[in-house]
Ligand binder design. Structure first.
Ligand SMILES: NC(=O)c1ccc[n+]([C@@H]2O[C@H](COP(=O)([O-])OP(=O)(O)OC[C@H]3O[C@@H](n4cnc5c(N)ncnc54)[C@H](O)[C@@H]3O)[C@@H](O)[C@H]2O)c1
Length: 273
């Protein structure tokens, strides 16, 4: 009987491809890549070929993937992620969610489903550092959480809110694009959605978590600074992210953090909060 954890990957883009390769090639002792699913079927088939898996692991529906997986890895889109999580958990499969922004507004339901079905939901900390300390400090009481994101102006080229309010062509110094709570940041800046959502959900909530977004012509990395003031400690972190070679909207660290989460799920010894 197969004792290894059966993992299915939904979404075979930059993140899904990296995770599927890691599972198939470097986690063989305790996990197996059971299935791949993408709304664009050819992406799943191409990926299976590239990582040396049989085309038989590609399925034509989410339902089929869930049937064959004990853990579903969601790496698709924020529009689809809640539906994927709900269906997986309802069917008794655990879930690891990459499109965290899609969970906002569904948190209570997710919690209840996990308890009812005895399943787990995992949210990697992504492209930021400090989530471990934030979780620890929460017990002592947190007074404020402020996220400051700096990106090159080019990173905001497709953002409607920016197109409407700013002209970033040829800016020579930093320009503050947004200052407000994480709930509004998620709405106006879909590119920042996962970082703001993880911080809000892990800490003091989307409405109390403050976000500042800055276009900076000086930088060519996605830089996230986090300041947490709590009764246990004052915490300041700064993460300068290299972009994912396959998708410049995604930070490379986000993929590596997800790999670390998978290893933590599979490992009997857990380090860090
Ligand atoms: N948590 C984090 O730290 C973090 C960081 C970066 C990106 N993300 C999120 O992870 C997700 C994947 O990112 P990516 O860089 O791999 O994107 P990508 O665009 O490279 O790949 C997404 C893939 O999902 C497929 N897809 C879309 N909707 C689908 C659906 N309903 N069912 C099945 N497949 C579907 C697409 O066809 C595509 O192949 C995005 O939502 C992104 O916002 C999370």
């Amino acid at each position: 009987m197969e004792k290894r954890l059966k993992i299915g990957v939904v979404g075979c883009g930059a993140i899904g491809s990296s995770l599927a390769k890691e599972i198939a090639c470097n986690m063989r002792d305790c996990a197996c890549l059971s299935t791949l699913y993408d709304i664009k079927m050819d992406r799943a088939r191409d990926l299976a070929g590239k990582i040396g898996c049989s085309p038989g692991i590609c399925v034509g529906s989410l339902r089929e993937l869930i049937k064959r997986s004990s853990l579903v890895v969601e790496a698709s889109s924020a529009m689809a992620s809640w539906g994927i999580a709900r269906k997986s958990l309802s069917s008794g499969s655990s879930i690891m969610v990459m499109s965290v922004g899609g969970m906002v507004g569904h948190w209570d339901e997710l919690y209840k489903l996990c308890l009812k079905k005895k399943t787990m939901a995992y949210f990697p900390s992504g492209a930021i550092s400090g989530v471990d300390a934030l979780k620890g400090a929460k017990a002592a009481g947190i007074r404020s959480v402020v996220l400051t994101t700096r990106k090159n102006p080019k990173a905001f080229s497709g953002v409607d809110y920016v197109k409407k309010h700013f002209d970033l062509s040829g800016i020579k110094s930093d320009k503050l694009l947004f200052k407000g709570d994480a709930a509004r940041a998620v709405k106006y800046f879909p590119q920042n959605v996962n970082v703001a959502a993880i911080l809000g959900l892990a800490g003091i909530g989307m409405h109390k978590t403050q976000v500042r977004i800055i276009a900076s012509p000086e930088v060519n990395r996605n830089i996230h600074e986090i300041e947490i003031i709590s009764d246990a400690a004052k915490i300041f972190t700064r993460t300068e992210n290299v972009l994912h070679p396959q998708n410049p909207k995604t930070s490379f660290l986000a993929v590596l953090a997800a790999i670390a989460t998978l290893r933590q799920i599979l490992n009997p010894v857990r380090i860090g909060t």
